[in-house]
Ligand binder design. Structure first.
Ligand SMILES: Cc1cc2nc3c(=O)[nH]c(=O)nc-3n(C[C@H](O)[C@H](O)[C@H](O)COP(=O)(O)OP(=O)(O)OC[C@H]3O[C@@H](n4cnc5c(N)ncnc54)[C@H](O)[C@@H]3O)c2cc1C
Length: 546
């Protein structure tokens, strides 16, 4: 017997006469049916080793799911809920089939993850599981179809609709402060002040330690560092993280939202995504707390937009497209495409290159921004939004990496990744793989943007305004994809500028692209001398900085 099974046995209550509910890993909170009288409730929780082994998930991600699941079971048992905890040694459906044969049909809130819904489908068809709406979400598919009746779909239309409908940050019919978005104020680079928020550490108990040992024994070959001291695993840990976020991050959240730094992986971001996605923290609660807090409007509005806007929006996009497998027909949206494994693999720009091994931390690339970001991913399973978008996705897009390959990498590398959130963010936003489905244009940038918003260039062998290859990659990208992008009004200007470059510069851009692509594909480090040779020592043109 282990620490967990002993602790659960010690809290065992009489399971007779209970109403039984199946609680998947995205529902680990006292909400929905669990808000009812605990003395009449029974919950079924199942750990699924096959699920954990399905992809080489970051060890810290496995720890989030397993340690929070086990602590949730104990916390519910302490409330007087009867807990039936199973390890699915013969598979999830088989295990649940046995449990339901004994307990009768279970109700379950509709899981967010498509992959889990597919696994459960036979049990739903057989009547063993009765699906009810997931009470953790703040918006409905009606909200989405009202705000976005036709594709392309835009987050700001959705956000305005749901703010109005829910009355969040509203004064009558108008947004508080007179504007729906404070985005334009929220673009300050961070140069060291105010001091960045330092994430709290947690004291792992015997249950968490046991999960850590299980992961090292069975999934020790998975990538990433396991750091139990960084893991919020209990209800109290989640409360502590959220109290820290409110006090240390939120006051500066807005203004520095787009900044990034090698001196702080967090800056003023909250790190709550893994707990929100497990529903250890409830989205309604964090929005309520932030709306009620004394905070500057740009921070308040910026945060509400992330939760009530982006997070809900991407989930609806995933749901409405069957996980980006069925994209609405439209000239500016990629045709639907599914690969041999059944995964959605649209590629509006026809990008098909393999993901360079440097993303796995195998060898440095020589690009300070990429290497610093990859290091933080494998150290923590975390970077905030901007390195995900403007470093990882930007570079993969500039290198024509297969959007599906990049999505699969994000899915295993981040502690907050599940299909409903990672697929729209990478395919729909990060790589423009779905075309204009949910983004107006590709999020691509050259070195000037990276030098302005971050400080990674200071740790790089390349200089942003002299010889960084990212700017030639940017121009080469726009030229290669000019036919697909020139009719897009949001990017037609840069495309025209790329096409207007002299033949000598365009040829040099293209050589740099081929060198970077091939060198990184071979697992090599980029050499400033070789980049300079490919650029034929063309002087830096200040006009060209995108
Ligand atoms: C290429 C790419 C991949 C991403 N993959 C994931 C993913 O696998 N899982 C995930 O939860 N988020 C993902 N995001 C969204 C966002 O980057 C993370 O939610 C955020 O960085 C998590 O860190 P945080 O909790 O410190 O966020 P904060 O900056 O503190 O933001 C607060 C919360 O807002 C929510 N949020 C903000 N933007 C988004 C968004 N675009 N989609 C969904 N939720 C959002 C998150 O719940 C986040 O915790 C991705 C974004 C990009 C560009």
């Amino acid at each position: 017997m282990g620490a967990f099974t002993d602790a659960l046995a010690a809290r065992r209550v009489d399971p007779r006469g209970r109403r039984w509910v199946y609680v998947p890993y995205d529902q680990l909170g006292t909400f929905g049916a669990l808000a009812d009288d605990p003395s009449r409730l029974g919950i079924v929780l199942v750990e699924d080793p096959a699920k954990a082994a399905r992809r080489p998930y970051h060890k810290q991600k496995l720890a989030y799911v397993l340690a929070n699941g086990r602590h949730f079971a104990l916390e519910q048992a302490a409330r007087g809920v009867a807990v039936r905890f199973e390890v699915a040694r013969t598979g999830l459906t088989d295990t649940l089939a046995h449990v339901t044969a004994e307990l009768g049909p279970l109700s379950v809130m509709d899981p967010a993850e498509r992959e889990l819904r597919e696994t459960l489908r036979p049990l739903v068809r057989a009547g063993a599981l009765r699906v009810v709406p997931h009470a953790g979400w703040l918006t409905t598919s009606d909200d989405f179809s009202r705000a976005c009746p036709r594709a392309p779909w835009r987050m700001d239309a959705f956000y305005r609709t749901v703010r109005t409908r829910s009355g969040t940050l509203m004064e009558g019919e108008s947004p508080v402060g007179g504007r729906w978005s404070c985005d334009t104020e929220n673009r300050r680079p961070w140069r060291g002040t105010p001091a960045a928020a330092v994430p709290p550490r947690f004291v792992p108990d015997a249950i968490t330690e046991e999960v850590g040992a299980l992961i090292e024994t069975h999934y020790g070959h998975h990538p990433g560092t396991l750091d139990l001291g960084a893991l919020p695993a209990t209800h109290d840990d989640a409360e502590m993280l959220w109290a820290w976020a409110l006090q240390a991050c939120l006051p500066q959240f807005g203004p520095f939202e787009d900044a990034f730094s090698h001196r702080s992986r967090t800056l003023f971001h909250t790190r709550i995504a893994p707990l929100l996605n497990l529903h250890r923290l409830l989205p309604a609660r964090v929005v309520r707390d932030v709306v009620a807090a004394e905070l500057p409007l740009p921070s308040k509005e910026g945060f509400v937009r992330q939760i009530l806007g982006w997070r809900e929006f991407v989930r609806h996009v995933h749901r409405a497209t069957d996980g980006l497998r069925a994209l609405p027909p439209h000239a500016a949206i990629a045709p639907s495409r599914v690969d041999a494994t059944g995964a959605a693999s649209p590629s509006f720009l026809g990008a098909e290159n393999a993901l360079p091994p440097t993303f796995w931390g195998a060898a440095p690339s020589g690009l300070g921004c990429l290497d610093t970001t990859v290091e933080s991913v494998w150290a923590e399973g975390y970077t905030h939004h901007i390195p995900r978008l403007m470093i990882l996705s930007n570079l993969a897009t500039l290198l024509d990496v297969s959007p599906r390959a990049l999505t699969d990498w994000f899915w295993v590398a981040f502690t907050d990744a599940y299909d409903w959130v990672v697929e729209p963010n990478v395919l729909g936003m990060g790589t423009f793989a779905a075309g204009e489905l949910m983004s107006t244009k590709p999020y691509v940038a050259g070195s000037a943007y990276l030098a302005r918003m971050g400080d990674h260039c200071g740790r790089c062998a390349f200089r942003p305004d002299v010889d960084c290859p990212i700017t030639p990659l940017y121009w080469a990208f726009l030229r290669r994809h000019a036919d697909a992008l020139r009719r897009n009004p949001r990017i037609s200007g840069p495309v025209a500028a790329a096409l207007a470059r002299s033949d000598a510069r365009a040829a040099a851009d293209s050589r740099v692209y081929r060198y970077v692509r091939d060198r990184l594909a071979a697992g090599g480090v980029l050499d400033p001398a070789v980049v300079a040779r490919h650029r034929c020592e063309l002087p830096f043109d200040p006009e060209e900085a995108p």
